[in-house]
Design a protein around this ligand. Sequence first.
Ligand code: KG4
Ligand code: ZN
Length: 337
Amino acid sequence: MRVLGIETSCDETGIAIYDDQQGLLSHVLYSQIPLHADYGGVVPELASRDHIRKTIPLIKQALKEAGCHAADIDGVAYTAGPGLAGALLVGAAIGRSLAMAWNKPALAVHHMEGHLLAPMLEERSPEFPFLALLVSGGHTQLVAVEGIGRYELLGESIDDAAGEAFDKTAKLMGLDYPGGPLLAKLATQGDAKKYKFPRPMTDRPGLDFSFSGLKTSAANVIAKEGNSTQVQADIAASFQQAVVDTLVIKCERALQQTGYKRLVIAGGVSANTSLREQLAVLLTRYGGEVFYPRKEFCTDNGAMIALAGYFRLAAGQQQDLTIGVTPRWPMQDLPVV
Ligand code: KG4
Ligand code: ZN
């Protein structure tokens, strides 16, 4: 079975073709980051307009790179939520319509399920059950995963997501949007012990997160010590360590609670090297293993949507003819495969 995947939920147009026998045949990505950089964040209307311009040319490119024609596609999967309504509608309208024109089934994919299953694009793929730490620009969640669609939400952020905290703190330091990767790079030059940032909500039981207070700690340091390159690097390192420590503490609790030995990290922040290294140390202590996608599949991409769509289409699930999106969509509402 060969599935075309379309991702347009935010500021990346990602298209891919996945084949269940041969794996990923092609994947192309167009990032709108330069378009939004001047505004310091994603401007939804500009995002939608750019997806309209890019989606069809990228689908043609992906088909060409995969060496296949429309007739070789057995199903179309597109992100239907969560995300920006206008941006999602572009992918949903194009994906649903193409499937109808080609007389093939369509599948509305949950963006976070795409992230969660992305490590399965790799050779070293996790088996069920596993614990998943989803850390993106919009979500921070700990999920017990027993199978596809069998998700138990163990904890989540009550305010800012981890990626959002990275981006907001980076913005305070004057870094470009999205600041997460730039802050992580600066952190390699800094002293993580220089400033004492809180490890929010680790002093009480439970698996929820709160990251909105961390940027205030960064703002206080800047107000007191200025914004020199060295201060920036030390804030970056101290901030990153606070986020990583917090995530590691909560993952350890979740491992104890579930008894699982496999941890999947996915979503944009799972590209963070320090987070990967420190979670690997934790899992080694528990005699377990960490799984994550290659870096280009940590952030938004079409490959993860094609894969998630494939699993559901192969099980016979499909979307009716309605072109619809679900900007707010709890992952627990998904049907079991
Ligand atoms: O999954 P993603 O591409 O989009 C959403 O679904 O939100 O995640 C983007 C987020 C941004 O907040 C970005 O700053 C963050 O992931 N990010 C990172 C790194 N790479 C991307 N944060 C920390 N360290 C990184 N290396
Ligand atoms: Zn994402």
